[in-house]
Design a protein around this ligand. Structure first.
Ligand code: ADP
Ligand SMILES: Cc1ncc(COP(=O)(O)OP(=O)(O)O)c(N)n1
Length: 270
């Protein structure tokens, strides 16, 4: 007898230190008991001190990866990560409109939390006008939500308003992740706005740790994996929050400065 695993796709960049990007997505798909596939679009030379260089793959080769996957597999859900520039966003949008890769989770990766810019400024328009309208779920962090909306987020009301602005771009469901950069912080609050207009907050105590590379990838990859398994969007987002916080709660000793989160520690989340 063969075990059938839901097949999930990440369209993302490789981060050489394994902490974020496609590597974090594939770790996540594995622990959520889904079969992960990947369209590699870019690669960064990164370590725990930061990102030192980035390259984008040729668009024709990216097209070919989409084509061969569509020829063979039944992908139930997909997610995007680092997409570099407007031409690459255009290629991904075209492939997504040509083939059936299931509901799309867009992690609008603009900069890493340590300040490396992974999307050119000129690509914001393509992100907002072409890619985000295809999203079943978008997962901007605090900084990305401000850049996408032009708002300054200083309160929970501002965070909720930013989510509504992003929904107005055509995104069905949104999680606007909260601020988590302060020594004396007590809590992190993520705001979720669903397609039917209902909303809720996901709150967790703040972990004062330098091991938080790949949190956004893990959250968005879990959402895609859970949707592929048939969960509702709301439950997929709740599970993703549990998985990500479990992985942040327990450090692994990898790297000298900003390290990865611990996917093994998150394996016990149901
Ligand atoms: N230090 C922290 N303590 C608690 N939760 C955190 C911390 N850092 C990130 N998170 C959680 O991790 C998830 C990913 O958020 P974030 O790190 O903002 O994404 P990104 O990687 O896109 O910047 C969110 O649910 C956020 O609340
Ligand atoms: C190749 C690549 N893609 C994305 C990231 C950033 O990942 P993300 O989880 O959104 O952000 P951090 O938590 O790492 O800030 C990356 N570093 N490399």
């Amino acid at each position: 007898m063969t075990n059938e695993f839901p097949q999930v796709l990440t369209i993302a960049g490789s981060d050489s230190d394994g902490s974020a990007g496609m590597q974090a997505d594939l770790h996540t798909f594995f622990i959520r008991k889904t079969y992960g596939m990947s369209v590699l679009v870019a690669a960064v030379a990164g370590n725990s001190y930061g990102i030192h260089a980035a390259e984008t793959l040729p668009l024709a080769f990216i097209d070919q990866q989409f084509e061969v996957l569509a020829d063979d597999f039944k992908i139930k859900a997909s997610k995007t990560g680092m997409l570099s520039d407007a031409a690459l966003i255009g290629t991904v949008v075209k492939a997504y409109q040509t083939y059936d890769f299931g509901p799309l989770v867009v992690d609008p990766v603009i900069t890493t939390k340590h300040g490396a810019q992974l999307l050119e400024n000129e690509a914001f328009k393509a992100l907002k006008q072409q890619l985000l309208p295809l999203a079943t779920v978008a997962t901007p962090n605090f900084f990305e939500a401000q850049l996408l909306t032009g708002r300054t987020i200083q309160s929970e009301a501002d965070q909720a308003s930013a989510a509504r602005d992003i929904q107005a771009l055509g995104v069905k469901n949104i999680i606007v992740k909260g601020w988590h950069h302060q020594d004396d912080q007590q809590e992190v609050a993520d705001y979720v706005l669903l397609a039917d207009g209902s909303d809720f907050w996901l709150r967790h105590s703040y972990f004062d740790t330098t091991h938080i590379n790949g949190t956004g990838d893990t959250l968005s990859a879990t959402i895609a994996a859970e949707i592929a398994k048939g969960q509702s969007v709301a439950n997929a987002i709740r599970t993703a929050h549990d998985v990500t916080t479990a992985a942040i709660a327990s450090e692994i000793a990898v790297g000298h400065q900003f390290g990865p989160i611990n996917h093994w520690a998150a394996q016990s989340v149901n």
